[in-house]
Design a protein around this ligand. Structure first.
Ligand code: 5GP
Length: 189
């Protein structure tokens, strides 16, 4: 496959997009996860080269200067995340389509770049309160980091209507089934 398609899942952190993306990966064997590069520390059970490419800020900025990212962002102050061009190519070279779990601005940037080859899905949580509960429940972030995530989540909820589709994640099983339907249809089109 010279160029496959791109399925973009964006949402505020805690909206459930990672779970939905994992579900889709288990259902579609022609999809492959775009592993982003990040400068944040490895968390919990995460694996380098599987969940993220964990790299230093120096290495990240060097890659930026060499134009190696399709998009990148300082998602939280001092913490960078980005999609490497080589990552998308790696997946296309395997004859697969790419699926992204990425923040709202990065998602919209990819959509603008790849246009009709990309399906941009915004995962909407039931409410900001539920989102806050989910983020706090992870127990992996300091209070300061949590406050930063809350503030960002609130801002991101306003971007929903810029996406191709808004997928409500009020009940996980329903949201996964709807996501399957959307992606199946898009990949066949
Ligand atoms: P976390 O630290 O919880 O893994 O991710 C924080 C946020 O960064 C999430 O919204 C996640 O989707 C987003 N993110 C992950 N990879 C990328 C990327 O390559 N680019 C951008 N712009 N955001 C990303």
């Amino acid at each position: 496959m010279k160029q496959g398609k791109l399925i973009i899942f964006s949402a505020p952190s805690g909206a459930g997009k990672t779970t939905i993306v994992k579900h889709l990966l288990s259902k579609f064997n022609n999809l492959s996860f775009s592993i982003s590069a990040t400068t944040r520390n490895l968390r919990g059970t995460e694996v380098d080269g599987k969940d993220y490419y964990f790299i230093s800020t120096e290495e990240f900025l060097h890659k930026v200067s060499k134009h190696q990212f399709v998009e990148f962002e300082e998602v939280y102050s001092g913490t960078f995340y980005g999609t490497l061009r080589s990552e998308i190519q790696r997946i296309w070279d395997e004859g697969k389509h790419v699926i992204f779990d990425i923040d709202v601005e990065g998602g919209l940037r990819l959509k603008r770049k790849f246009e009709e080859d990309a399906l941009a899905i915004f995962v909407q949580p039931p409410s900001l309160e539920v989102l806050k509960e989910r983020l706090a429940g992870r127990g992996t972030d300091s209070e300061e980091k949590l406050q930063e995530r809350y503030a960002k989540a609130e801002k991101e909820l306003a971007y929903a209507d810029k996406f191709d589709v808004i997928l409500k994640n009020f009940e996980l099983e329903t949201a996964c089934a709807e996501a399957e339907e959307l992606v199946g249809t898009f990949l066949k089109s």
